[in-house]
Design a protein around this ligand. Structure first.
Ligand SMILES: [Zn+2]
Length: 169
């Protein structure tokens, strides 16, 4: 007996396998932020001259930002934002017992200066290079001229600011 079949009939069987092998499109970058954290950050950022920063914190193992802490060390200058390692470690140590870890920084720029500067990217790159940091991305939104420009910097391409979508909840 001879069994004949059309090879195309087999395709549906292989479709899940083919789908799994296909390179997946990268998920669009997102910054998930609680509305309470958003409001608190905006108030803090608007109250000081650029470049002023707030830490973005959220539950460990989840990308959401639920808490913000203004940087009060005053290391930022009009041309660059910088938070010293001691202050960063102090904040992280304070919130770790609550199950929160660092997600990134939101800082201000002068008006019409909506992109991350080379200095900002260098700062992010240095944080990602720290062996104690296992985050795959750092959230780096910018507030400039009253507008929010959400960026993330990813470990696999730390020289580039990726435009993200800001999702409030
Ligand atoms: Zn900056």
């Amino acid at each position: 007996m001879k069994i004949e079949f059309d090879v195309r009939e087999l395709l549906p069987l292989f479709e899940p396998l083919l789908a799994a092998l296909r390179p997946r499109r990268r998920q669009r970058a997102q910054i998930l932020m609680a509305r309470t954290a958003y409001a608190e950050a905006l108030a803090a950022l608007s109250s000081r001259e650029p470049e002023f920063a707030v830490f973005l914190l959220g539950p460990r193992g989840h990308p959401a930002v639920t808490h913000v802490v203004p940087d009060t060390t005053g290391e930022g200058t009009p041309a660059s934002f910088r938070i010293g390692a001691p202050r960063l470690n102090e904040v992280l140590a304070k919130f770790a017992p609550l199950g929160l870890d660092g997600k990134g920084f939101w800082h201000t720029h002068p008006p019409d200066c909506e992109r991350l500067s080379e200095g900002d990217l260098t700062y992010a790159r240095r944080l990602l290079a720290n062996p104690k940091n296992d985050a795959h991305e750092i959230l780096m939104p910018v507030l400039s001229g009253g507008l929010v420009f959400p960026y993330v910097v990813r470990r696999d391409r730390p020289t580039r600011a990726v435009a993200a979508e800001l999702v409030l909840f």
